[in-house]
Write a new protein. Structure first.
Length: 106
């Protein structure tokens, strides 16, 4: 999945907005004023920070050790960084986005 596909999917979720509070290089996706995705627009490969449960965080890092890492500049217990290097299937990336969205909407 590419950055523009992730952006479009996230924006299709109810009450989602985009902004650039950290500068023009980082696209932030929020719902109800809370961040659920940060996309680095200049990194290569692109990266996506997303929120997950503490149990899922560890499992995802173990399952994809070359693509999913502790959240860059984020709370490592609740956030992961995904390198968009095509190792993680698009369907899973969509699930990660949706789960992150659901966690912050609670």
């Amino acid at each position: 999945m590419e950055i523009d596909e992730i952006r479009n999917y996230a924006l299709s979720l109810p009450e989602t907005e985009e902004c650039f509070p950290f500068g023009e290089d980082n696209l932030v996706l929020k719902t109800k004023g809370k961040i659920f995705i940060i996309l680095d627009l200049i990194a290569f490969p692109g990266t996506m920070n997303y929120k997950a449960t503490p149990d899922d965080i560890i499992e995802q890092r173990d399952q994809y050790p070359d693509a999913i890492f502790p959240g860059f500049h984020m709370n490592k217990k609740h956030w992961n960084t995904l390198h968009l290097n095509r190792q993680v299937p698009s369907k899973l990336i969509q699930e990660l986005v949706f789960c992150s969205y659901q966690l912050v909407r609670k």
